[in-house]
Design a protein around this ligand. Structure first.
Ligand code: 5GP
Ligand code: ZN
Length: 114
């Protein structure tokens, strides 16, 4: 997808600090971390947000949970705990329109608020 920041990161035309990569997914550090551990998990396929994910896309995205588990172990937050978040659309606070999940940890995270 032209002009999509995360497609460019997935292609490598914009650099990122990668934690994990395979043919389907990429995990990289958020440029503006909101917690001591803050990484983004994306499918390489461009899907704008959860609303646009087909049943087939969701099968693929379910595998992202396995990568989240492994990423939490790799980054040392599996035992202390972490939060996996998808922001969808304007009210969800989505700013980058390529589906992604935030994995946050490394500190006790407060309750979710508006
Ligand atoms: P959203 O608000 O859409 O759920 O999250 C987008 C996230 O992407 C934000 O946490 C933001 O800090 C991160 N981000 C925006 N631009 C870049 C970038 O160029 N590189 C990286 N690594 N993260 C980015
Ligand atoms: Zn994209």
């Amino acid at each position: 997808m032209d002009n999509c920041l995360f497609c460019k990161i997935a292609e490598g035309t914009i650099p990122s600090n990668k934690v994990f990569e395979d043919d389907t997914f990429l995990v990289f550090h958020d440029i503006q971390p909101a917690a001591p551990t803050h990484v983004l998990l994306i499918p390489k396929k461009h899907i704008a947000n959860l609303n646009d994910a087909t049943a087939e896309d969701l099968d693929m995205i379910s595998k992202l949970h396995k990568i989240a588990q492994e990423t939490a172990v790799k980054l040392g937050v599996a035992e202390s705990g972490y939060r996996l978040i998808n922001n969808c659309g304007p009210d969800g606070g989505q700013t980058v329109h390529h589906i992604h999940y935030h994995l946050l940890g490394g500190a006790h995270l407060g309750a979710l608020t508006g």
